[in-house]
Write a protein that binds this ligand. Structure first.
Ligand SMILES: CC(C)(COP(=O)(O)OP(=O)(O)OC[C@H]1O[C@@H](n2cnc3c(N)ncnc32)[C@H](O)[C@@H]1OP(=O)(O)O)[C@@H](O)C(=O)NCCC(=O)NCCS
Length: 434
């Protein structure tokens, strides 16, 4: 029987992401006209698939076009905010209530399994919605009374978590309630951001009309690193402040994708390159290039491992001369992780990069810092035009193998590196194609 090798490869390539996403919390925000997109059914279906893979999912939506249709131009805008009168809020709640039911019905009808009435094992996707957001009025700004338009006061994280623990997809409409019992229309983007922060979400995903953040030439920017100066953008500037807040409060990543492109969510979440814009920011704990000021800190980090024979000894002088090969993670002024990249451009084998000296301080291990450093070293190696990354290790082979490195003979290495191989150490050679 002929096998569909492409499908098998795709499935195998996706499996690390399936593992990585399981039990993680993702907040997805449908912005703009997403509820009217012809692709909405597919988005809901993909959300149902994520739910079946163990992702804890919260879907925040705005109902702006539907509300506008119901209220007409009388639902006025001042700056970025709508002015919602007490009479209009009744229509708003009716419209968004209807939208919540429509979404719930779409989830009920969508299933990652074959959706046939005969399929008795079909797993239904549970949804849950409720009064998860406390609100307060925007009040009077520059003489304009925003009445029943409000800001998020608090997201009831525990209540949402309880629903997620039950396996439900949580639907959050753009309304909130004040302790005095008033109802307020809220901005969905603000709700999504606050929810992601409150629940320590791994991802905050904005589905927008554009295929990510676009630069001034109209091209999608693959990644924005908030610890660097912001690139000039032609879209999405209103989203970046929320990404800043989310990343600063510990949300792992923000993503900006198109709601019109079928499969964009899956492509972004299950492939290395994704298809939209990934926004990262670890300003509280940045990965950065090392400088000569870091030599002492790196020595403190690596010396115990050198003494234990886990790493090859490096003199202070050598470290100083090679300092620009190093990346470090600093926390509260302390270096807690480091790693280095040594490139070997060799004519017969192409570009190889050696990942060396990857260390996390014992007190800070098991929090993905090794992974983040590896990711940065790989990125730097690709930027340097290298096509393979290799590492020589005596005690951490499994760590690297679990991250896509494969054991190879030492003659796979560039000649210049083979000549330096230390037979006494007998390190395992592991290679990862980039
Ligand atoms: C390997 C190392 C850099 C990982 O750092 P980290 O910041 O803890 O990395 P991560 O959080 O991304 O990974 C932690 C995971 O790796 C596992 N791990 C740690 N060391 C490992 C090893 N030697 N072999 C296999 N797995 C290992 C941990 O158990 C943890 O797995 P878990 O989440 O399933 O419990 C760190 O353990 C270290 O400094 N080791 C000593 C130096 C070394 O051997 N460097 C590699 C050679 S250059």
């Amino acid at each position: 029987m002929a096998l569909n090798n492409e499908h098998i490869k795709w499935f195998r390539d996706s499996s690390p992401y399936i593992d990585a996403h399981r039990d993680r919390t993702f907040v997805i925000c449908l912005t703009g006209d997403a509820l009217r997109s012809a692709n909405l059914k597919n988005i809901v279906s993909d959300c149902a698939l994520l739910n079946s893979l163990g992702v804890r999912l919260i879907l925040v939506f705005n109902g702006d076009s539907a509300i506008l249709e119901a209220l007409g131009d009388e639902w006025s805008l001042s700056g970025q905010h709508r002015i919602t009168t007490p009479e209009q809020i009744e229509t708003v709640t009716a419209v968004v209530g209807g939208k919540t039911h429509e979404l719930a019905a779409m989830f009920a009808a969508s299933s990652p399994d074959t959706p046939t009435a005969l399929n008795k094992t079909r797993r239904e996707v549970l949804t849950s919605s409720g009064s998860f957001v406390k609100a307060r009025p925007i009040g009077i700004v520059d003489g304009i009374d925003f009445q029943n338009s409000g800001n998020v006061r608090k997201v009831q994280g525990d209540a949402i978590a309880a629903q997620l623990n039950n396996g439900a997809v949580v639907l959050v409409p753009p309304v909130g309630y004040s302790p005095s019992g008033e109802i307020f229309y809220l901005d969905a983007i603000q709700i999504a951001c606050e929810t992601a922060c409150e629940l320590n979400a791994e991802k905050l995903i904005f589905l927008t009309q554009h295929e990510g953040l676009l630069n001034e030439a109209g091209e999608t920017i693959n990644e924005v690193d908030l610890s660097h100066p912001e690139p000039a953008l032609s879209t999405g500037t209103e989203l970046l402040p929320f990404c800043h807040v989310a990343c600063q409060q510990g949300v792992g990543r923000c993503h900006i994708l198109s709601y019109d492109v079928d499969g964009a969510l899956l492509e972004e979440l299950f492939t290395r390159d994704g298809c939209g814009t990934q926004v990262v920011g670890h300003s509280y704990e940045q990965i950065r290039d090392a400088t000569t000021d870091d030599v002492a800190g790196i020595l403190r980090l690596i010396s115990p491992l050198e003494d234990a024979g886990i790493l090859v000894k490096r003199s202070r002088e050598r470290l100083e001369s090679e300092i620009d090969r190093f990346l470090v993670i600093e926390r509260d002024g302390l270096l807690i992780s480091c790693g280095a990249l040594y490139p070997y451009h060799c004519s017969e084998k192409g570009g190889f990069g050696e990942l060396a000296c990857l260390v996390t301080h014992p007190d800070y291990r098991k929090s993905d810092r090794g992974d983040r450093l590896l990711e940065s070293v790989e990125k730097r190696a690709r930027e340097d035009g290298l096509s393979n990354l290799f590492v020589l290790t005596t005690q951490s082979a499994h760590w690297f193998q679990e991250r896509g490195f494969v054991a190879r003979d030492r003659d796979t290495l560039p000649q210049a590196r083979q000549a330096l191989y230390n037979d006494q150490r007998g390190s395992t050679v592991l290679v990862k194609p980039l």
